[in-house]
Design a protein around this ligand. Structure first.
Ligand SMILES: *Cc1c(COP(=O)(O)O)cnc(C)c1O
Length: 343
């Protein structure tokens, strides 16, 4: 068991967080004269619930967790940034990021003045625990893993992740933004066993809620509590909390969307493989495909000229020639195929 306390920055351990008068009052129907809000334009005249009590109860029961194991933030981006601010002393601490992966980990590290050691995935994009553990030194506070990984679209091998959880003394962050497309439950069942595991989830992908900015970190209550103390008091606004409750109330709708996207992904994969210009479609566990083509730069431009924007990932490690294509609706996918056929 990792002793989380020794990993936390001293100033954060000693922090006295912001508190409002309403945090202390538990009665109902009070006249609210404590926060200098306007009495008009209800309910948006009031500050949102800083503890996101109702939403936290619903999300945690949906995930089979205690509310104390759940942090809710302004997108996963907020959770990533907060993890840096809780654990990494600027200018001295380091993190390990697998390569290639999601760009935000490095941006957050740079903003927080935390040095990054990149650990390459295998050429077939599998995770090698030994290569990660070899990079860890006394100043390494966190390892960032992403499963299914962006932009490579593959689920990481759970036994390799467990080797890292067991062999690394610091925090292991596993970003599961795309887990709903991969089948299975992800790593939630490991939370009870590993105090150093933090899982990131989001409403931005399968839940179709990127616009409302709602991300989550799942982890040990001690760590989740620290994130809650460091966050902006009102980090998730009232509109977002309300809309998130509405979205998660309809899990059947999400499931229907996921299944539609999976069936479109299978079709797209088949159609792409039949094209002369496509050299390889990497196997995907997500809602996008990493596709190797002959001339990624000119193809990218040509698609954009036809009104279809994809992501050029051809300069990422082990991704030579690759475009990343998000699965769209049937009509959108047809338009993409039509453009590729006429290229
Ligand atoms: C899209 C994505 C997210 C989602 O970030 P939000 O801030 O929650 O929208 C997180 N991680 C990865 C790897 C992603 O690709």
């Amino acid at each position: 068991m990792t002793d989380l306390k020794v990993l936390v920055r001293n100033n954060i351990l000693e922090l006295i967080p912001y508190s409002s008068a309403r945090d202390e009052y538990t009665g109902k129907d009070a006249i609210l004269m404590d926060a200098n809000e306007s009495p008009f334009n209800s309910p948006y005249n009031r500050y949102p619930d800083p503890g996101q009590k109702l939403l936290k109860e619903k999300l945690s029961s949906m995930l089979g967790l205690l509310t104390e194991q759940l942090f809710i933030g302004n997108g996963s981006d907020e959770a990533i940034d907060l993890l840096f601010r809780v654990f990494c002393n600027p200018g001295t601490d380091r993190v390990i990021i697998m390569d290639p992966s999601y760009g935000m980990y490095r941006v957050c590290a740079d903003i927080n003045d935390v040095a990054v050691d990149f650990a390459e995935l295998d050429p077939d994009f599998s995770l090698n625990a030994g290569r990660i553990l070899d990079k860890a030194g006394p100043a390494t506070k966190m390892v960032f893993l992403c499963s299914p990984n962006n932009p490579t679209s593959n689920l990481l091998d759970q036994s390799e992740i467990i080797k890292i959880l067991e062999g690394f003394e610091g925090i292991v962050v596993v970003d599961e933004a795309y887990i709903d497309f991969a089948g299975g439950e992800g790593l939630i069942s490991l939370l009870g066993k590993f105090t150093n595991l933090v899982i990131l989830r989001t409403l931005s992908k399968a839940w179709a809620g990127a616009g409302i900015r709602l991300g989550m970190a799942l982890g040990n209550p001690f760590l989740i509590n620290l994130m809650g103390r460091v966050k902006y008091p009102y980090n998730v606004n009232m509109l977002t909390q309300d809309k998130a409750l509405e979205l998660i109330d309809n899990e059947a709708q999400k499931q229907e969307w996921v299944e539609l996207l999976l069936s479109e992904r299978h079709r797209l994969e088949k159609e792409l493989k039949a094209l002369r210009i496509v050299l390889k479609v990497h196997p995907s566990n997500a809602n996008f495909l990493l596709v190797e083509v002959e001339n990624p730069d000119t193809l990218y431009d040509s698609l954009a000229g036809g009104g279809v924007i994809v992501r050029n990932r051809s300069r990422e490690t082990h991704c030579n020639g690759c475009l990343r294509i998000t699965v769209g609706t049937k009509d959108e996918n047809n338009r993409l195929i039509e453009l590729l056929k006429s290229y």
